[in-house]
Design a protein around this ligand. Structure first.
Ligand SMILES: Cc1cc2nc3c(=O)[nH]c(=O)nc-3n(C[C@H](O)[C@H](O)[C@H](O)COP(=O)(O)OP(=O)(O)OC[C@H]3O[C@@H](n4cnc5c(N)ncnc54)[C@H](O)[C@@H]3O)c2cc1C
Length: 396
């Protein structure tokens, strides 16, 4: 297995860099690099710039408007976007519901939804988790009862990321309560503007409104919005989760944050010398860098087997990637020291440009640290991923 980039790969990287240099708006880049709050408009703007170039959905086949890249090219694109500091192209439409629609949806669903996902005409969110049904997802209770040409949906979803902006939600719903719990679940596409849907904010540790509760009270959903067959939704749900976890490794973002950490630790002084030259701190940074390089090689090894669908190795990438993201924010906080303490949420809107004390870059770090606690929970908690690794990779 050759893990080095070929001359063609390097030429492709140059092409991506030239595009990003020309097309990434400097205001968006500055926001991302400074950990400022991104608005709905920021996400949509960047998605549409990438879409105009034909690059918003790197993993899609060309027949649906994908660029036809191989896995290495997709990796280079993600790596370069992270390095440059683009907003994320949110995964809910492009990387989660779209592969399910492509694999299991009807011809009408493909023709209607896929172009709209590509152009970001609709903002999608994910309605899997419920109170009491996170890790044990198959125990979900939201019901969909067929009445003529509609399903009537009742129940509650929770932790719905950025659902406050959403036009559409893909939901797992119970359509048969009399069979084994995995066998009575269906996969529904629901218009968020339908009467009977209420979205309530959940405020996170960093005081941000990133997740929501979504309530369904006699919501009428046309039967055409069922994906695949009734009661087969669990199969589609599992297919989607493999796609979700591969993306969570976030190697490119961690590389950008590692560079930011080093810059911060060069500016911070300890006993009159840059913190980065302190042997203990330097050893922690070096350890983290080695972990990150090892993760990148593991991602490249996974890419080398690109013909296979994402398997249990996705769990391995999720666990290590999320741990590294957390370790990075811990070291950033350590480097910033007390300057990170007086956290002012107005900074995130660019309204409080200076930290209350110390380095400006320290101002958002406490919030960033708290926010990153989520990475070992979402996308399937790391404890559950470790169960998968022990059973399916280690065979224990
Ligand atoms: C910021 C954030 C955003 C999210 N966004 C979305 C979203 O957009 N859409 C969506 O549908 N969901 C979303 N989620 C939900 C997420 O997928 C769940 O939080 C996750 O699956 C864990 O479920 P839970 O919170 O119910 O925890 P629980 O399942 O109650 O687990 C609690 C603890 O027990 C451990 N545990 C449980 N069972 C076992 C076991 N068998 N073996 C060992 N340990 C176990 C868990 O690992 C965890 O540490 C989000 C969550 C967060 C935090």
């Amino acid at each position: 297995m050759d893990l080095n980039y070929s001359a063609e790969d390097e030429a492709f990287r140059d092409q991506v860099r030239a595009f990003l240099d020309a097309e990434l708006p400097p205001d968006l880049q500055a926001k991302v690099r400074a950990h400022l709050r991104l608005t709905k408009d920021d996400y949509v703007r960047w998605h549409r710039i990438a879409a105009r170039q034909g690059w918003a959905a790197p993993a899609w086949p060309t027949e649906y408007g994908g660029p036809g890249w191989n896995a290495t090219q997709r990796h280079i694109w993600e790596d370069e976007c992270a390095r440059a500091g683009t907003p994320r192209i949110l995964p809910f439409g492009v990387n989660m519901v779209a592969p399910v629609i492509m694999a299991f949806g009807s011809a009408e669903q493909k023709a209607y939804y896929l172009p709209r996902i590509l152009s970001c005409a609709d903002w999608w969110c994910q309605g899997y988790s419920e109170p009491g049904s996170g890790s044990d997802l198959a125990s979900l209770k939201t019901t969909a009862v067929r009445e003529g040409e509609h399903y009537i949906v009742n129940g509650q979803k929770t932790w719905t990321t950025l659902g406050q902006y959403a036009d559409m939600i893909f939901c797992l719903v119970r359509t048969d309560a009399t069979v084994r719990k995995q066998e009575g679940i269906s996969f529904l596409l629901i218009d968020m503007h339908t009467p009977g849907i209420t979205v309530r904010p959940i405020i996170m540790l960093d005081e941000e409104h990133e997740v929501n509760e979504v309530f369904f009270d006699n919501v009428k959903v046309p039967v055409q919005n069922l994906v695949g067959k009734e009661n087969k939704g669990w199969t589609y749900a599992k297919y989607l989760l493999g796609h979700e976890r591969t993306g969570i490794a976030a190697v490119g973002v961690s590389k950008r944050e590692l560079a930011a950490l080093k810059k911060l630790a060069m500016r911070q002084l300890k006993h009159g010398k840059p913190l980065l030259e302190d042997p203990l701190f330097a050893a922690k940074v070096a350890n983290l860098e080695i972990e990150l390089m090892a993760l990148e090689v593991t991602v490249l090894r996974t890419i080398a087997q690109e013909d296979q669908a994402p398997g249990p190795q996705a769990s391995l990438l999720k666990v290590r990637g999320s741990e590294i993201q957390q370790m990075l924010t811990e070291l950033m906080l350590e480097a910033a020291g007390p300057a990170a303490l007086p956290f002012d949420p107005a900074y995130l809107d660019g309204e409080a440009p200076h930290a209350a004390g110390g380095d400006d870059a320290a101002a958002p770090l406490a919030g960033y640290y708290f926010n990153t606690r989520k990475t070992t929970i979402y996308g399937g908690s790391n404890e559950i991923q470790k169960n998968i690794i022990t059973q399916m990779i280690l065979g224990l």
